[in-house]
Write a protein that binds this ligand. Structure first.
Ligand SMILES: [Zn+2]
Length: 109
């Protein structure tokens, strides 16, 4: 008996977002440095994307939380918004989209 589609998606999500990386520690530190993430200077690595700035979402809507297709999709991390740092997130795209919608609604009235 094979796995159901939803259990396969759950398994893939766990594999793609698991905390442990197979990358050796030195290589990981090099990667963080390449991303401009420096723990010695107080940067906190995002615990959702481990500093990559990318998350894997269960549907094609990614961070927007709107309707989306049924496919695992990579998109910008919705916790650090791509910076890889919990203490210094980049622009919150949900807030940007909300402010655009408010402006559009104001323009219509
Ligand atoms: Zn992140």
């Amino acid at each position: 008996m094979g796995r159901t589609k939803s259990s396969k998606v759950l398994l893939m999500t766990k594999l793609l977002t698991k905390k442990e990386t197979k990358m050796d520690k030195g290589k990981y530190e090099e990667f963080l440095s390449w991303r401009g993430i420096c723990k010695e200077e107080g940067d906190i690595v995002c615990d959702k994307c481990n500093g990559s700035g990318i998350s894997v979402y269960g549907n094609t809507a990614t961070w927007s939380s709107s309707c989306g297709g049924n496919a695992m999709t990579r998109g910008v991390c919705d916790k650090c918004w791509g910076s890889g740092k919990s203490n210094a997130p980049w622009v919150n795209l949900r807030k940007v989209m909300a402010s655009i919608k408010i402006k559009e609604a104001d323009d219509e009235t």
